[in-house]
Structures are given as C-alpha cells and as structure tokens.
Design a protein around this ligand. Sequence first.
Ligand code: FES
Length: 95
Amino acid sequence: MDSSAPRQVLVCQHRTCAKDGAAQVLATLQQQNIANVSICGCLGLCGSGPIVVVLPDNIYYWHVTPKKAQAIIEMHLIGNVEIRSMMHPRLHPNN
Ligand code: FES
C-alpha cells in the first residue's frame, strides 16, 4: 500500500450488524488515530457481522467484537499484519 495514505476502516452499522454489537466495535476502532474510521451501510454480509473492512487492503473481518477490533488495531493497522483467522471465509477463501 501507499505508505503516505492512511488506511480507511469501514464499520457496518446497518440492521443485523448493529444488533450484533457494531456500535461497540465502532467505538473501539475510533480510539486509534492511525486510520480513518467511517460508518457504512449494509455490505451484503448480514448475519456474519459486525463487519469491518480495511482499505485499501480490501480485507473483510467478520463477527468482530470489541476485543477483535482491538486486535485489528494492534496487528493490522499498527503492525501491518492481516489477521487471517478473523477474515470472512467467503471473501477470503484461501485462509
Ligand atoms: S447489516 Fe452489516 S452487512 Fe448487512
């Protein structure tokens, strides 16, 4: 990735993701200032949320909890290591 551009993190806040705790996931991700965090609408992955997308890496994390959001901050956003075990298996089938 272009190291001069900050990453963008999208957090779905639509219906099923919201029901599954996306507001707390968003709050956790907003506690860092290394990437830009935005709310987004339904990503078509309802039921496997909360969904968090990291761009431009194009990584979709599923079933994200506040604890997993913290791991995304520490490992992916700061450490530049994608977390294979937390990636959505339909979008990242080789993990
Ligand atoms: S409600 Fe989040 S992906 Fe559809």
